[in-house]
Ligand binder design. Structure first.
Ligand code: GLN
Length: 391
């Protein structure tokens, strides 16, 4: 017998379901409402800045932890947007997307046997992050229809092995925006159990109906035990640029910068130059972004409800988890339903179970992404209107 070629960790992964659905969408000519990537243009100002940077020969490595002008712009933005005072010299690391940020944080913090609390459903990368870093995930449920956690269940997940809790806020895939009381509870538990909070705040500007984004790092006692993760992807519609940000106290930042150096050295230099322009966009840009997304959310959610899906409108981020059980006579099967949608109806979505550790919890849901042009959404909804109860 040949010894297995793959490492034990490598053998545990399967293909990203989200990316797999994008492949299916291309194969069947379906409207891609699966992967969370805008199909509309990024702001002209930042595209020009990126082109200028390349023309000016900004083509070599930047300093590993991010260019000085970009870190200064990130600190300014965090100041007015989050009310978070961060030192660009000692508390910011620029990495290749929020994805690298989360991995670098875990690799820097986790020892074998450490537990990391995840809320479930969760963005699909977090479980592989735990596997790579050697953490044991512990799940706390977000309960439908409004996708909130039960405070007692959250408290019960903490113990002496807990090293970190991962909070995605605004939440992918549920769209929940955590109110002050719930964040306070997280803050209290982190301090009680000496736990680090890893906050994925990549959707920080995509908020609806007057919901406010609160950064856990600004809560009393949390500055030194919170790793605030975000990036340019969603705020500036540049998911392919891979510019992620980590803000943390100097001791943590020092460790993250070293880890990041060995993982990827640095994020793309010319795009960092454009990033320094992006983070200084006028505040009206961010208000416009949220207003545009709110229109998309309303259009898509109203159409989905009319067609027969069950949902609670998201408070933030650009996804909606929709209950499709009205379309199937027996036990719902999200994977079969998503396959039917992409092949026969021409719309790609993500099967709900891919966001759950306990798969049965996701069986009646599919996730729609509405970060798309009006025409794309229009065509998607037109196709969905042909949906009939499956027999
Ligand atoms: N964050 C995006 C999503 O949730 C993209 C993820 C990905 O490409 N795997 O859809």
């Amino acid at each position: 017998m040949q010894p297995p070629l793959l490492s034990q960790k490598g053998a545990r992964f399967t293909e990203s379901v989200i990316r797999g659905m994008s492949v299916e969408a291309r194969k069947y000519g379906a409207v891609n409402l699966a992967q969370g990537k805008p199909d509309f243009a990024a702001p002209q100002l930042i595209k020009d800045a990126a082109c200028e940077a390349i023309q000016a020969d900004n083509n070599q490595y930047e300093i590993t932890w991010g260019s000085q002008p970009l870190r200064e712009a990130i600190a300014e933005h965090a100041g007015w947007h989050l009310g978070l005072k961060v030192d660009p010299d000692t508390e910011i690391t620029v990495v290749c997307g929020a994805t690298e940020a989360m991995l670098v944080a875990m690799l820097s913090l986790i020892n074998p046997g450490d537990e990391v609390i995840l809320t479930e459903p969760f963005y699909e990368n977090y479980w592989p992050d735990c596997v790579i870093a050697g953490a044991t995930p512990r799940f706390v449920r977000l309960n439908p229809p409004d996708w909130t956690f039960d405070p007692d269940q959250l408290a019960a997940a903490f113990n002496e092995r807990t090293k970190a809790i991962l909070i995605c806020n605004p939440n992918n895939p549920t769209g929940t925006v955590l109110p002050r009381e719930q964040l306070q509870l997280v803050a209290d538990l982190c301090q009680k159990w000496n736990v680090i909070a890893l906050t994925d705040e990549i959707y920080e500007h995509i908020l609806y109906d007057g919901h406010k984004h609160l950064a856990l790092a600004t809560f009393d006692g949390m500055h030194d035990r919170t790793v605030t993760i975000s990036g340019m992807s969603k705020t500036y519609a540049v998911t392919g640029w891979r510019i992620g940000t980590m803000m943390a106290a100097p001791k943590l930042t020092h460790a993250f910068r070293q880890m990041h150096d060995y993982v990827s050295i640095g994020a793309a230099a010319p795009l960092q130059q454009a990033g320094a322009v992006a983070y200084r966009m006028p505040r009206s840009y961010y208000a416009g972004l949220a207003a545009d997304y709110q229109e998309r959310r309303d259009r898509v959610c109203n159409a989905l409800e009319e067609i027969g899906f069950g949902l609670v409108k998201p408070q933030g981020a650009y996804y909606v988890m929709a209950d499709f059980s009205a379309f199937v006579p027996g036990e719902p099967d999200d994977v079969a339903f998503a396959q039917h949608l992409v092949r026969d109806v021409g719309v790609a979505v993500v099967p709900g179970s891919s966001f759950f550790n306990h798969k049965p919890l996701g069986r009646r849901f599919v996730r729609f992404c509405f970060a798309k042009k009006d025409d794309t959404l229009e065509e998607g909804m037109k196709r969905l209107r042909t949906l009939r109860v499956m027999v």
